[in-house]
Write a protein that binds this ligand. Sequence first.
Ligand code: ADP
Length: 601
Amino acid sequence: MRKLAYPGLLAATFLLGLTAGWLPFGQQIDSDAYDFFFRLYRPAPWTPESIILAADEASFQAFGGLFKLRNAMAVGLNRIRAVHPRALALDIILMEKSDDPAGDAALEDAFQRTSNLVLPSFLSEDGARWDDPLPRFRQWATAIGEVHATPDKRDAINRDIPLQEVAARERRWALALEAFRVSRRAPITEFPDSLHVGSTVVPSPLPGRMMRVRYSVTGIPRVSLKQLADKPSLAERFRGKVVFAGVTAQAMGDRWMTPLSNSVNVPGIEIHANAYETIAHQLFLTDAPKLWVVLVCLAFVASAGLTFALLDGWPANVAAAGILVVAHVLPYVFFKHNIVFPYTPGAACAWLAIVTAAAWRHIVVRRKLGQSETARSQYREAMQFVTHEMKTPLTAIQGSSELISRYAMTDEKRKQMADMINAESKRLAQMIETFLNVERLSAGQMQLKRESFSPLEIVARCIDRVRPVADRKSIAIQMEALPQGALIGDRELMEYAFYNLLTNAVKYSPPKTTVTVSGERQKDRVRVSVADQGIGIDAKDTRRIFEKFYRTKTAEQSGEKGTGIGLSIVEQIVIQHGGSISVDSEVGKGSRFTVSLPSLQ
Ligand code: ADP
């Protein structure tokens, strides 16, 4: 469970990061980052193919205001005709008669003599129909292009334009696209993901066929109607160009913000011209496929997870910082390659995963530190106990041998002393042997003897050995029927194991209780249980008591001395014999240790 927690948490950060990218807030950040990249990255300048013929404030003043716009435009068109512009796209309202019949006639006349003329079509306010130029104008147009603006709903910035719009079941291509088609004299061929015009492929997937406009940093050349009137030689600048003619005067509306405009509005005609440049110079900015985004986010989360799983200290921090830098810079690198990679999901995934992984690491390290600290202090206590236990026989041996050598004593006394020295050194040797056995057993270095013995006999002997201690606490030891028959193994070790279980049962039980030993045969196994009515073991401790040096809090509070080694040896012995040991216990009620061993008969 704990193993799955870490990947599970990381998976959650991954999903959260991706979701952040879908939220409006995340998308606004993406857009802001996009605008920022736009201002930061300047692609190699190109020579514009288009030029703007502007009806600006000065022109309106010179020609007599909006009232005379058609006339002014007609004059302009007539001026540039001689230099043969490649196409002329016009973005002024032509769907009604004006109050200046002479102007209307002049414009119609100018149209008639203008080749490759593209006139605008407006989407009605309710979006239900097309408002086309009057037939008298329209008849001279080579194409009609829609001029519908679609600024971002959140911040009113014009980042992309639809290359097609449909109203009243009639589809119109964008003015810029029509101007391009007309200038190239090639048809538009439709594909689900792109439009082909001659050899130019315009990425613009259905359904919206949106195309991001690459706004020119240097701007599109512009000549106003007034400038052209004042200085006819300026007409030369229109030679061979695609002309976008329209109103640029601020008061006339049709102005929009762009990523480059720094909150200043740009006239619609300039946006059309920029869209034209985008197509003509194939400066397309396309969205990174969704799968890339998902995979890159996954890579950020996985590398953050691995960083904190595999590295420690400052290398982990440096690697994490590296991931963050990549997450923040990658969208810009993509942008430089004309691919728009959303900023939020990557950055959100990287940050979330790093913070989560670092927090997780911190918690795990603290827990491990705590565990090793307890293990160390348990080991220290056990060692103190062991050395203390060894000192007792050593002191007896030292004292007795000194007495013998210093003082004259009777033969009987001397024999008594010698016997004591002998007994105590045996005890010492036994103790050392036990501790060494633990190490050897757990290291798997100990060769088990293979002798046949009866569990009944072993248990009976252990009970005899424990009885004096049990009597001191008025604890009764009951032996219920044990299965007959023999087991194969190391009798001495097995006796040690049962002796240990019995000593513990007596040690951790209050006076005037009963310890019961019982057994049964189950097919090819023999089970022997030692049950007591003692302090019991908490459920969470039942696995840990078999660890070396582990003692329960209850046992420590009981005041009984111990090393926490006994059960680890018992478990090793049982396992080496192909058996298993388990414990059932309830705090305050008692414990039952059950050893299950393979039997021969
Ligand atoms: P020791 O008894 O020297 O502490 P053991 O390895 O024999 O070490 O036992 C480990 C721990 O298991 C004991 O400290 C005690 O907390 C718990 N334990 C063992 N046997 C019993 C029992 N019969 N009743 C309650 N707790 C027990």
